[in-house]
Design a protein around this ligand. Structure first.
Ligand SMILES: Cc1ncc(COP(=O)(O)O)c(C=O)c1O
Length: 442
């Protein structure tokens, strides 16, 4: 059977509703593989939108889920607490070396961002010494989710242009980009020139926060940048009493080789946002981590100081138990595996670069991320650059699933991916791209 977005009863997301798009019907999954209804086995090379960090249906996560099902599935987390949430909160806070004091749960990255924004705004409201603040510093190539608030602190682009009327005030600055520095600088010699406008502005205005993904702007092109930027932002935020909010929905849970990217950069944020790999991708769960200096402003009998925010499924016991197992696995073997994966990706990247020569740009690896730009339609740097879809469809012939970001092609495989599967991905990429260079036959 064939399926397309128009004929299914389900509205498939982030997809042009056109009957020429061929949907795979997936019936099962295991490790880095998913299987379609015809029995074809596919490699999930981007870990289903960066979530399945240990691959699909890891036995330890299944065991944690089954075990939790024996006692408690869900109970509302207002008026109640349960061990599953407490266990995960404690282990998460320990992983931050207790830089954070409280964990606020939600069920997706966008919500966890909304919570961070609302906490930041209320922090100033509750603070006896500060005037209210509500404007955020944001970056051009950023993506923080699709709900109104999360969209608002993302860079303005064609995804969110339709909703621009709904924007609350933000001040957008160009995203730092150490791959193609507009100042022609190198991280070893730069003086964070990319932050000079921001530096002036933050000194002249009272912003509530700076929202940024540390070290990698994921969804808008896998842009890598140096920790110098974060060090400078930390300095600026501290000296102006502005909250520094790190969105680690993508970079957290070991993606860059440390539990959190902020630890790799050595820069501690004021609010930390996590989702995606938190449960190893098995169940929806997100968390916003709050330090004591913010939390203590909410410690009051005055109801006007309380943070009135909840989602019905906040702190779901099944998700928290799987999250706890996922953190244990990260400590037990996940971090070692990402580091090994990084070495393998670097080796593959070197060979790939030699094979592709000047047709690829910015071949790069950080932790479990491999990315590059295909040098075609260079003027069109947006997601809709058709070459992305062309490459995605060509890789389907090799039974490999990717979702390029325009001409930025990347993989983020599970940390547990086998050498054979990795080899297959790079072989398929090479062969697909070389095929694109061949003149079309009549
Ligand atoms: C950095 C970042 N923040 C937030 C989000 C939004 O997360 P969710 O899709 O779970 O709402 C995403 C999703 O891709 C993301 O990459």
């Amino acid at each position: 059977m064939t399926y397309n977005p128009v004929t299914t009863s389900t509205w498939v997301p982030l997809t042009i509703q056109d009957d020429s798009e061929n949907l795979l019907k997936i019936v099962s999954a295991e490790k880095e593989f998913v299987t379609d209804e015809d029995g074809n086995v596919w490699i999930d090379a981007i870990s289903s939108w960066w979530t399945m960090i240990y691959g699909h249906r890891h036995p330890k996560l299944i065991a944690a889920l089954q075990n939790q099902l024996q006692s408690l599935d869900h109970v509302m987390l207002a008026g109640n607490i349960h061990e599953s949430a407490e266990n995960l909160s404690k282990v998460l806070l320990e992983l931050t070396h207790l830089h954070f004091k409280k964990v606020f749960y939600s069920d997706n990255g966008s919500n966890a961002i909304e919570i961070a924004l609302k906490l930041a705004i209320q922090y100033y409201q509750n603070h006896p010494d500060f005037k209210p603040r509500s404007e955020f510093i944001v970056f051009s190539n950023s993506y923080h989710g699709d709900s109104i608030g999360a969209m608002n602190v993302s860079g303005k682009n064609y995804f969110n242009r339709i909703f621009s009327e709904l924007r609350f005030p933000t001040k957008e600055f160009p995203a730092p980009n150490c791959m193609n520095c507009p100042w022609g600088k190198h991280p070893t010699s730069c003086d964070t020139e990319c932050l000079s406008d921001l530096t002036l502005s933050i000194k002249q205005n009272e912003y509530a926060g700076i929202v940024i993904e540390p070290l990698v702007f994921g969804a808008n092109g896998m842009l890598f940048y140096d920790k110098k930027v974060l060090i400078k932002l930390r300095e600026l935020a501290s000296s102006t009493n502005t909250l520094l909010i790190f969105d680690e929905v993508f970079t957290g849970m070991g993606k860059l080789g440390e539990p959190f990217a902020y630890q790799k950069a050595g820069v501690i944020p004021d609010l930390l946002v996590l989702a995606k790999g938190l449960t190893g991708g098995m169940l929806p769960l997100a968390a916003t981590l709050v330090p004591n200096f913010i939390y203590e402003l909410f410690l009051s009998k005055d109801p006007y100081k309380a943070f009135f925010h909840a989602h019905t499924m906040t702190g779901n016991a099944l998700a928290c138990s799987v999250g706890y197992a996922s953190i244990s696995m990260l400590q037990e073997f996940g971090l070692t595996q990402v580091k090994e994966l990084e070495i393998k990706l670097r080796n593959h990247a070197e060979t790939f670069q030699k094979k592709m020569g000047t047709m690829v740009e910015n071949v790069r690896v950080m932790g479990g991320i491999f990315a590059f730009e295909w040098k075609e339609n260079v003027a069109n740097d947006e997601y809709l650059n058709p070459v992305g879809k062309q490459i995605r469809n060509s890789l389907r012939k090799f039974h490999i699933l990717i979702r390029p970001l325009g001409r930025t092609i990347y993989i983020t495989p599970p940390y547990t991916i086998s050498d054979v599967s990795l080899e297959k991905i790079f072989m398929a990429l090479g062969s697909t791209l070389l095929g694109l260079l061949e003149p079309e036959k009549d």
